[in-house]
Design a protein around this ligand. Structure first.
Ligand code: PRP
Ligand code: URA
Length: 210
């Protein structure tokens, strides 16, 4: 947990080690992609710890065993572009998940997040939704994505995020107090241009070199 109720800061040493490599300005796009993908898998493990399961019986070659299966289907929703960097490794761990996409671009001056793409299942009420975005800065993108998810009926949303600013956490929590946030770090604050300090810079640019 963290000083923000409802926010889980994942302090696992491998997560923190990888986060530090991602913060390092010397880490180029190739390594950034690889490390972001690795850290996403580690974070998913923590973020899905509380997923609901149902008891089931399964026949082994020898006898019947009690087991568990996920109670609800999972939809992964990466926020383009940077969320794409965390998708593949998460999908490897939940290969049966569906994948929806949200394209959002934050405007440079106003910092308002504008949609340029939406493709999601029409009814999210029966799903566990995992929203994926490495950066939570003003919270505008996360809240816009959550507004869309909520409009489509989503009740259970977990945000997997790498670096969060206190401003973004407060904004998300004021709109969606029941949605959970999992992050590797809560940083100091935003700078006047809306970047997280110390952060890791522009995640999309560092991921794709553009
Ligand atoms: C970045 C980041 C988040 C958003 C966070 O995306 O990946 O989606 O900014 O900022 P916010 O909390 O203030 O909304 P950006 O809009 O730069 O697009 P990109 O991923 O394509 O670079
Ligand atoms: N988006 C990023 O990629 N980085 C920030 O610090 C803020 C928004």
């Amino acid at each position: 947990m963290s000083k923000f109720k409802g926010v889980t800061v994942i302090t696992h040493p491998l997560v923190q080690h990888n986060l530090t490599r991602l913060r390092d300005r010397r880490t180029g796009p190739q390594e950034f992609r690889r490390v972001l993908s690795e850290v996403a898998a580690l974070m998913l493990y923590e973020a899905t710890r509380s997923l609901a399961v149902s008891p089931v019986l399964v026949k082994t070659p020898l006898a019947t065993a009690r087991g568990y299966q996920l109670r609800r289907e999972v939809v992964l929703v990466p926020v383009l572009r940077a969320g794409l960097g965390m998708l593949d490794s998460i999908l490897q761990l939940i290969p049966h998940a569906r994948v929806g996409f949200v394209g959002l671009k934050r405007q440079e001056i106003s910092l308002r997040a504008m949609f340029y793409h939406k493709s999601l299942p029409p009814d999210l009420s029966r799903f566990e939704v995992i929203l994926i975005d490495p950066m939570l800065a003003t919270g505008g993108s996360a809240v816009a994505a959550m507004d869309l998810l909520a409009e489509l009926g989503a009740k259970r949303v977990r945000l997997i995020n790498l670096v969060a600013a206190p401003e973004g956490i407060r904004r998300v929590q004021s709109h969606y107090p029941r949605f959970q946030i999992f992050t590797a770090a809560v940083d100091r604050r935003l700078n006047p241009r809306g970047y997280i300090m110390p952060g890791l810079g522009d995640a999309g640019d560092r991921l794709f070199g553009v």
